[in-house]
Write a protein that binds this ligand. Structure first.
Ligand code: FE2
Ligand code: FE2
Length: 254
């Protein structure tokens, strides 16, 4: 496995860049990505306010800020969407659009950015001769969540799906990745078959790479085993947690 300089943007597919915040002690990493199409770009899940300086430095090392035409927010969480208004200031373009679902936009609007929305419900994005597809992933983990598929590169930007808690983090997933995904999905994803059924949708895609917002990149040969692993994970396990002193303990949850 090659070594990478995590202090820099890393090209993970042609003109697709990892802009993540590397923390050598954390077991949880957040990954913004940038897709360049010609000299313009799409910023995906740009991240949180504490990570902004690093993400912005990496983004501007590969593209001029005003050339970023779209920001994708795969749902409303602050670990991926809080710095949209800060990026909006440095992008400083009336052409900027924020892509999300109508449902997620109820909450992303509270971040206070001014750029208009380009809703997922309007269909695939045509951008400088390329097409990007959006696939809704309801309740994984937010009702308005979705993921982005780049057919030209066969890359799935999967947001929280395929994320993990991972000690000794590395950019690319190794053999232990299914276990690391289980730690994340078992409590983060809803009970029932929602996650398992979504895997049936992803299996129909041609995929060379999965790029989640947390955890590690999953390369082509590892995609099948990791999809199979997610089908088997028992989700909704946070229902069984009794974390809060003084809270009512439920005895009806098996
Ligand atoms: Fe999330
Ligand atoms: Fe997340």
């Amino acid at each position: 496995m090659p070594t990478y300089d995590y202090s820099k943007a890393i090209e993970i597919a042609p003109d697709v860049y990892w802009l993540g915040f590397y923390d050598p002690v954390a077991n949880f990493h957040c990954h913004p990505y940038l897709i360049k199409v010609g000299d313009e770009g799409i910023l995906i899940d740009p991240g949180s306010l504490p990570h902004f300086p690093i993400v912005a430095k990496k983004a501007t090392s590969v593209i001029k800020p005003r050339k970023i035409k779209y920001i994708i927010a795969h749902h409303q969480d602050p670990d991926l969407a809080a710095n949209i208004p800060v990026f909006e200031k440095i992008i400083h373009s009336k052409d900027l659009r924020v892509i999300t679902t109508e449902r997620a936009s109820f909450l992303t609007s509270y971040y206070g950015f001014e750029a208009p929305y380009r809703f997922v419900e309007e269909g695939p994005l045509q951008f400088n001769g390329r097409t990007f597809q959006f696939i809704t992933t309801p309740y994984l983990h937010a009702p308005g969540a979705f993921v982005t598929y780049d057919p030209a590169n066969k890359v799935l930007f999967s947001s929280d799906v395929f994320g993990s808690f991972y000690e000794n983090w590395s950019l690319y997933a190794g053999d232990a990745y299914p276990k690391a995904m289980e730690r994340f999905h078992s409590t983060y994803m809803p009970p029932g078959d929602v996650l398992k059924n979504q895997m049936g949708v992803f299996e129909k895609l041609q995929l060379d790479l999965i790029a989640p917002q947390h955890g590690s990149l999953i390369e082509k040969t590892a995609i099948g085993p990791n999809i199979d692993a997610l089908k088997k994970i028992r989700t909704g396990q946070y229902l069984k947690k009794r974390l809060y002193a003084g809270s009512v303990v439920r005895n009806d949850i098996k």
